[in-house]
Design a protein around this ligand. Structure first.
Ligand SMILES: Cc1cc2nc3c(=O)[nH]c(=O)nc-3n(C[C@H](O)[C@H](O)[C@H](O)COP(=O)(O)OP(=O)(O)OC[C@H]3O[C@@H](n4cnc5c(N)ncnc54)[C@H](O)[C@@H]3O)c2cc1C
Length: 352
């Protein structure tokens, strides 16, 4: 993904515009968009799949087709959010946006990194409750419990993004500063470098899993329980120290832009996600690590009615399909299209 944007800037394609991109530099643009596509810019431009204008697809029977609103409209509908289950997508055309919507004409915006010891967790979470519920400033970002190098000790980190004039960002995040972080830095990166601070999560090797679940709200007491689960992980599986539990938020200063047309994607109402990066070096630790990941998600959505649980479809494919593609009609339509396009399940057995 990063290479794509870097090349675009070098060649002049992205002098003044950019398209949808995610938070992982090594993630492929096409699979990211086909499966939904959440990025730090979701509050500005919507989800990745909403920005697909057309796709060139090889169907399971070998036929090459162009899918858009006009041609193969049902397939096009399914590709936007469930695209990995219907064919091999060779090309997508994406809507682009002016870089200036980030804050400066060249597309820079303010990104901070605040780090705190775990003892400050409650105070940090209380501030985050306010910040995540803010309807004035257009912000997004991650609250994380993790154990980064060089000390590999558990800490709380907040990585907020401010969209608009970068000069106004320090005031918007003044409360985080007042909490006295043990380390702080701020940058105004260009679009290709937006996710560089998350590069650690893109390293290859070991046993890894990402799981994302949608949240309706952020509560301090729940994240404090998550911190305890992280401590348990750290103590019981020392080889899983590279794991991290995050909450990603998109402020409600903007409504997430609505797509022009319907699609298989069903999570347009989600402004907050709990994100578990489970990562261990030995296979023997996987069971415990994945058990704790499940507990983290359960804790973060406690208080929610199970019928309203939301799972992101572009991470693991083990969560109940009804939570990944919400709504009976949507699921029925996906099953109908799958029967028409891929009845043998060449591109996964999902929806069969
Ligand atoms: C480090 C990391 C960070 C991430 N960050 C984000 C994020 O910020 N936002 C977000 O929304 N998601 C994020 N994800 C999830 C990611 O978008 C999905 O896992 C995506 O499918 C991964 O694509 P890939 O290129 O890495 O993997 P691949 O393994 O190449 O592809 C994943 C799946 O898509 C299918 N696929 C790949 N290419 C095509 C194609 N051309 N046509 C049809 N099917 C295809 C593959 O068969 C496979 O099933 C992240 C994942 C990782 C590992």
């Amino acid at each position: 993904m990063k290479d794509f944007y870097r090349r675009g800037l070098d060649e002049g394609t992205f002098d003044s515009t950019f398209g949808s991109l995610g938070n992982g530099n090594t993630v492929g643009v096409i699979p990211y968009c086909l499966g939904g596509g959440i990025s730090i810019a979701t509050g500005l431009i919507g989800f990745g799949c909403d920005n697909i204008l057309s796709a060139k697809v090889v169907l399971p029977n070998g036929q090459l087709v162009f899918a858009s609103e006009e041609e193969w409209p049902d397939l096009f509908w399914a590709l936007k959010g469930a695209g990995q289950h219907f064919g091999l997508v060779l090309e997508i055309t994406l809507r682009t946006y002016p870089l200036s919507i980030y804050g400066t004409p060249e597309g820079r915006h303010w990104v901070g990194n605040f780090m705190y010891p775990l003892e400050r967790a409650e105070a940090v979470c209380k501030e985050m409750e306010t910040l995540m519920a803010d309807t004035k400033n257009l912000t997004a970002g991650h609250l994380m419990v993790m154990a980064p190098p060089p000390s590999f000790q558990p800490i709380i980190a907040v990585s907020p993004h401010y969209f608009g004039d970068p000069k106004n960002a320090p005031a918007a995040f003044g409360a985080l500063d007042k909490l006295g972080p043990i380390a702080f830095n701020a940058t105004t990166p260009l679009v290709p470098n937006l996710s560089d601070h998350l590069d650690f999560a893109c390293q290859k090797g070991d046993y890894k899993r990402f799981s994302l679940a949608g949240l309706q709200e952020f509560k301090t007491d729940r994240f404090l329980q998550v911190i305890n689960l992280f401590k348990e992980l750290f103590e019981t599986c020392p080889d899983a120290g590279a794991s991290g539990y995050f909450v990603e938020w998109h402020s409600r200063a903007n409504e997430i832009p609505k797509p022009e047309s319907e699609s298989a994607f069903s999570h347009h109402d989600v402004y907050m996600w709990v994100n578990c990066l489970s990562w261990c070096k030995s296979k023997g630790s996987c069971e415990k690590v994945f058990e704790l990941e499940k507990k983290v998600i359960d804790v973060m959505r406690s208080g929610q009615d199970p019928s309203e649980y939301i799972d992101y479809q572009n991470c693991n494919r083990e969560d109940p399909v009804e939570r990944r593609f919400r709504g009976k009609e949507r699921l029925a339509k996906l099953r109908r299209i799958k029967q028409q396009v891929d009845p043998q399940g060449v591109f996964t057995k999902e929806f069969l």
